[in-house]
Design a protein around this ligand. Sequence first.
Ligand code: FAD
Length: 464
Amino acid sequence: MLKIIRRSRYSEKIDEVVKELKRVGIKVSTHLADRIAYSKDFNPLHLNRLLDYTLPALPDAVAFPENAENVSSIMQIANSYSIPVYVFGGASGVIDGATPYCGGIALSMLSLGKIKIDAERLLVKAGAGVVGGRLEEVLNHKGFTLRHSPQSLYCSTVGGWVATKASGQFSTKYGNIEDILVSLKVVMPDGEIIEAEPLPRRAFIDPNDLFIGSEGIFGIICEATLKIRKIPKKNHKIAFRFDSMDDAVENARKIVQTFKPALLRIFDRLESLKNFNVNGVVMIVMVEGEMADQERDFVLKKVEGEFLGEKPVDDWLEERFNVSDISKFVPLGIIFDTIEVSCSWKNAMEVYRKILKAIRDVDGTLLASCHASHFYEEGLCFYFTFAGVAKNLEEYYREVWKKAMEAALGTASISHHHGIGALRAKWLPKELEGYYLIFRDLKTLFDRRNILNPGKVVDMDCTG
Ligand SMILES: Cc1cc2nc3c(=O)[nH]c(=O)nc-3n(C[C@H](O)[C@H](O)[C@H](O)COP(=O)(O)OP(=O)(O)OC[C@H]3O[C@@H](n4cnc5c(N)ncnc54)[C@H](O)[C@@H]3O)c2cc1C
């Protein structure tokens, strides 16, 4: 028997809304199977609850727009009925970002799937619903690549990347999604369609910036124009072993303040043992492109670690989309999650130790480990993994997040690339300080009826 934690407040209106949507030619479903498919994202609390046939919420209907005009019609109708709309890309988000806690309409963006390559301008225009793996395949076929490669490449969408400010495995050299993005087509909460020409830079504040990382609260991304590049012909892979995380991080700083490798990762002792069967701290490096030889020579000359050859890099590349840990842990009643933060070189090791200790100190934690995954001249991203058991898994889980976020605040940013969603919303005011109210005001201005992704990011009502 299916249990729903939060019931919709809009069930009575839905028949009329569906009739209206169909009248303007929108595909829409009220079948239970579709509604279950659009009831949650990949947040582990939802996965654990599924074992008990429990869902956090259910939308009343799922709409399948095929273009920006359809999305605009949906928003106009939703406004006229004051009914919420929750935007879904691949639902691979992990921070309880799209869960339709208030009920209403779930918007599946997956049918906005057009891809158009402009080889001369080195751009690709992609519909918001294009899944990353498909985009990369189409580009590779023509000799191009996006070099945006999140671990969730095969289950996340272009719109989701922009909305969550995603970061890929090669971000150290090629940048995060905001560096790869050139322009957007967006439907505002009132249904207005706005589209920017793909220009290299813009006067005043770039309006595209309002939507990067906005998690669907300011508008619905329908299309993105992104930079592409030729697939690099040459690469070198190198791995090292260090005695401590401190030594490895210091060596990483030396590298990225000289040049940007395509791939750079450092795994603490626990993760090095698990991933490479190495007793120590492993750093993997991949350099690619025209300067690959010179960059390899720099790394070999300057990095003060034990040389491990290229096998650890090959092993990691082979496993880089493997997410089977989740399906191994969840059925055992173990909760498993990751927390990523960004910090500067100045207090990197303090952040690393504080957060790891905060997680380990929570009763029920079975393991807590960390790797450093994205690097900048100014600092880096630490990515913590934890697993735990408890009588009340949800309480345990929330306590870990609370302790980790409190440890991060003041010394680090509470998120590097997974975003805020409902999960991190309560720590955002402290993170943003005075800007928090500005963003709340903007939300009210753009979305007067608060119908687009309500309960997320800057709105703490209506969440689970
Ligand atoms: C195993 C695994 C590995 C992951 N690895 C990475 C990684 O390496 N790097 C990384 O950055 N993230 C990673 N993630 C997180 C997730 O994949 C990203 O956040 C991704 O960008 C979400 O895209 P999506 O299409 O699945 O969005 P969804 O999960 O569907 O939505 C995420 C949020 O964006 C909003 N949204 C979605 N589409 C739109 C749109 N078109 N317009 C407006 N708002 C929209 C939703 O309402 C929601 O708030 C991983 C997740 C998993 C489960």
